[in-house]
Design a protein around this ligand. Sequence first.
Ligand code: UDP
Length: 483
Amino acid sequence: MSQTLQVVIVPSPGMGHLIPFIEFAKHLVHFHDYFNVTCIIPTIGSPPDAMKASLLALPPTINHIFLPPISFEDDRSDYSEVGNEVLISLAMTRSLPSLRHILKSLIETNNRVVAFLVDFFGTAAFDVANEFDLSSYLFFTSNAMALSTGFYLPKLDRMVSCEYRDLPELVKIPGCVPVHGRDIGEPFQDRKSDTCKLFLNIMRRFGLAKGIILNTFIDIEAGALKALMEEEEEYSGEVRPPIYPIGPLIRAGSSDHGPGSDCLTWLDNQPSGSVLYVSFGSGGTLSHDQLIELAFGLEMSQQRFIWVVRSPNDESANAAFFEVQSVKDPFGFLPEGFLERTKQRGLVISSWAPQIEVLGHGSTGGFLTHCGWNSILESVVYGVPMIAWPLYAEQKMNAVMLNEDVKVALRPKVHKEDDGLVIREEIAIVVKELMEGEEGKKVRKRMREILKDAASKALMEDGASRKALLKLAHEWKNQTAGN
Ligand code: UDP
């Protein structure tokens, strides 16, 4: 009988969640060659090309299976008001019957399934795993600060009755830099909303996991990880499973000429460290007013830039989450004459850039980011200092962490609190400061000389993250020995 052990991983729909799952799978099969991984992927609509391309490039020891897509087309009116988080969670729940079916046939053909890892939005699948006696783990694609918040919020929910943004004092999440209530994840800003209730319900199920795997590393989140790994009074007696920080796992660069790869040739012709890369992740969108301010701000800064532009959306900051590509031509929304005026030092690309290759290119000297956790880790691994421009989810907390705690990012001020605009003058100042100023020098130094180094050490043979992965692998291997 084959000695290969199976690990099943179940990400939620969307690139941002799939990427760390497949990176985890790659590390696992690379360092522990007695494992095979099956990635079972729930989807909403048909999967984007970028997703299919990432999956097709995987080694033969990692299989993938798309579950039948969940569609909200027929009952769109019922869901027109709900956020993406609710849709993702519904898609995960509606995918449970097909997940059960696939798991059953997988176990029938190979009874050596030793672990079942699900995404934050998929904790309902713990019950399906229990039906087959599988050990369930939560694979948390965000960071320790967000996880710590997840354990702490049910307590805060009981303690205060106002909206968190109205709290007069800073919120002290165990082990983390204190944050304003308004910076706690966007889903919690309206406590009566379905999204807030959904998140609280999900978080209450964290304790059911046999372990929680986190794509982070000690030096970037020492306080939060220590608090999570030790008994902390503030968590109010919540059961916390063992924590495994195995990061930073990021995608490797590729020499394939994917979408937007002309920008690498453009970068080849720019001076070292001179270009600011501007991107809002796989689904981030700005309002039209904000897009205009950003365009003028970049122009006024007189700095070189690559900007991944997406069509604006005035309703939602993650409007492109499932599509990635803009539906309309995004260039049509830019200020008149902008492309012509900036063509000597700026490159604007539509919807998608080969981000890893851009961040790893010697001409890139800064990253204006929406503070998605994958983007942050990628920037850290390549030692690129950031401008933190959070949009949704837990990104405002990430921005506080980067700016005030780890000190590897500058943060522009929002001038009109009401509609949250960052105006062009402020953008020009902060971009110039990052690329040429004294503050920029400080964050660049910290990023290059401290954090980048620590990230690479964490993954070395005796590094803490490699040891955490080894511990998991042993646990899974020993589990079969005991069976
Ligand atoms: N990404 C990319 N090109 C783009 C935009 C995003 O390759 O133009 C990748 C990026 O490298 C990262 C992921 O998509 O790995 C985005 O994940 P993140 O957690 O930063 O943000 P999310 O998209 O989940 O909000």
